[in-house]
Design a binder for this molecule. Structure first.
Ligand code: SAM
Length: 257
């Protein structure tokens, strides 16, 4: 399956949209917010650029995409007040896969700018926001153009289904499962691990060209606490999903599983 072409979160703002169902991801980024803000403030103190390049990789659509940008701008504003330095301009790149609902994000931009201006007696920060479609598993930006790269709850998406999940006859070695579950053989978790290593190395290599010297990254990735790959926190939802899929498939007449 071509993940880059097919996968995207549910667009729009309806009941089943990602916009209305992303509080879990918001909670994760809120838990790490102190790290993000500290990092951006350190960056501001060390870098004297008049124009800050910021990228949110895997921004999706919905309120999470812009709420982080607001926090970043306000953190830099706060530091500027304290140090009496002029406010830099912000170049913000919202990246996701090409099928992401960027239009929904763009539609909320007027409100976003209005909110930022609210209660401001002084000049409003200059912010230039652009959608940036493409896979972060490869180059996205020109050399040395970003000061801060952020990605939350996105980097555990692999670039493809690991090829070693299939045997020489093209049959899955993880039959009846979605992802890694109690009944998966160890070769299944190895297959996912290898794919993650390959993808993450490519991610870091690409970003290393794009980030300026002294630039910073904050990456929030879903993980697990213990060594055991079958971790209830992670595999619980996949178990439920695979059972639902199995039941649905069993109800389709003449379906070959
Ligand atoms: C769970 S959402 C997280 C969205 C947002 N960062 C948040 O915290 O709400 C994961 C996003 O990563 C995007 N994504 C997955 N793989 C990607 C890739 N290779 N390149 C760019 N975006 C990707 C998905 O399309 C999806 O919108």
């Amino acid at each position: 399956m071509d993940v880059e072409r097919v996968f995207h979160m549910s667009g729009g703002v309806g009941k089943t949209s990602y916009a209305q169902n992303s509080s879990l991801q918001k909670k994760a980024s809120d838990m790490m917010k102190h790290i993000t803000m500290e990092t951006i403030q350190q960056l501001y103190h060390e870098v004297t650029a008049k124009s800050l390049g910021i990228a949110d990789l895997g921004c999706s659509s919905g309120p999470n995409s812009l709420s982080l940008i607001k926090d970043i701008v306000e953190a830099v504003e706060g530091s500027c007040h304290k140090t009496c330095r002029p406010l830099p301009e912000f170049r913000v790149f919202l990246n996701d896969l090409p099928t992401n609902d960027f239009n929904s994000v763009f539609k909320t931009l007027p409100d976003f700018y209005r909110d930022l201006k609210k209660d401001k007696t002084e000049r409003c920060p200059a912010i230039f926001i652009a959608g940036y479609p493409g896979s972060f598993y490869g180059r996205l930006f020109p050399n040395n153009c970003l000061h801060f790269i952020y990605s939350s709850y996105s980097l555990h998406w692999l670039s493809k289904v690991p090829p070693s999940l299939y045997d020489e006859h093209g049959k899955s070695i993880n039959r009846g499962n979605v992802y890694i579950s109690e009944s998966s053989p160890p070769s299944v978790s190895r297959a996912y691990w290898n794919q993650f290593q390959e993808d993450f190395s490519l991610f870091l290599k690409s970003r290393s060209e794009e980030l300026v010297t002294g630039g910073r990254m904050v990456l929030i990735i879903l993980g697990r606490i213990g060594h055991n790959h079958v971790d209830r926190g992670n595999s619980f939802f996949w178990e439920i999903l695979s059972r639902c899929l199995a039941i649905s498939v069993s109800q389709v007449p003449h379906c070959l599983v």
